[in-house]
Design a binder for this molecule. Structure first.
Ligand SMILES: [Zn+2]
Length: 244
């Protein structure tokens, strides 16, 4: 039988006490860390939005209580407001591809690109704008480009795709949606597209009614792989964010 010394009981009580104190301190430090993280996030958000003192003042009040001063400025906790801003955005993606064809103009991003082949399509074959329209319609929950502009309709024969894009933007504005930004990639082995990208950016910004800084256009090859790599056609991917 193991004989316990009186001090064993004393030590084990002390160890338990230390454990409680340590656990309490750890919780306190974590709480403190989380609180300062919330303040920093809210500060970044309001700093970028207002740049005035009001946001900072209200953030200083965050966590003390929802005082009249704080509520008077925002009617709400700024962090909750930040969350609601994030919730009111919609994302959409689009993809399109067309074959090369002779005796066609090559239209990409609303720009005529000099090349000996164009893209076969019922419209002008602007594969980038088609992917973009699909991304916009997708974000708005409005199906795809084929549903709105069917290739069976004579109305859209050889139509300038920028007209279709502007119609999509009008539809979105009618629903109370605004374009926040877009990013896209054109996949083509040839021709070289880099010199045309600034003009594409300008035209798409005008059609989407946003600043050029909100439009990003990239072009890539596939190093000879796949249909784009073999020079059979061009593909495009697009992504957009909409503000509700
Ligand atoms: Zn298309």
């Amino acid at each position: 039988m193991e004989v316990g010394y009186p001090c064993d009981a004393f030590m084990s009580t002390n160890v338990n006490n230390y454990r409680h104190i340590f656990s309490f301190m750890l919780k306190f430090l974590l709480k403190l860390q989380f609180h300062s993280m919330l303040k920093r996030q809210a500060g970044d958000y309001w700093g970028s939005c207002s740049g005035r003192g009001a946001g900072r003042d209200a953030i200083e009040g965050l966590g003390t209580n929802n005082s009249d001063a704080t509520l008077g400025v925002f009617k709400d906790n700024p962090l909750l407001h930040f969350k609601s801003q994030v919730k009111n955005m919609r994302i959409g993606q689009g993809y399109d591809a067309h074959r090369f064809a002779a005796d066609r103009r090559l239209m990409l991003g609303g720009v005529e690109v000099e090349y000996d082949l164009g893209l076969a399509a019922h419209s002008d074959g602007d594969v980038l704008i088609h992917a973009l329209c699909d991304a916009l319609l997708g974000a708005a929950g409005q199906g795809d480009i084929g549903r709105h502009f069917p290739d069976s309709s004579e109305e859209f024969k050889d139509i300038d795709s920028r007209i279709l894009l502007r119609r999509v933007v009008d539809l979105l504005h009618g629903m109370g949606l605004q374009v926040h930004n877009m990013d896209c990639t054109i996949v083509a082995q040839a021709p070289k597209l880099a010199p045309h990208i600034p003009t594409m950016q300008k035209r798409l910004a005008a059609d989407l009614q946003v600043a050029e800084s909100r439009i990003n256009i990239k072009a890539t090859t596939t190093e000879g792989m796949g249909f784009a790599g073999r020079g059979e056609g061009i593909a495009s991917y697009a992504m957009v964010l909409l503000d509700e």
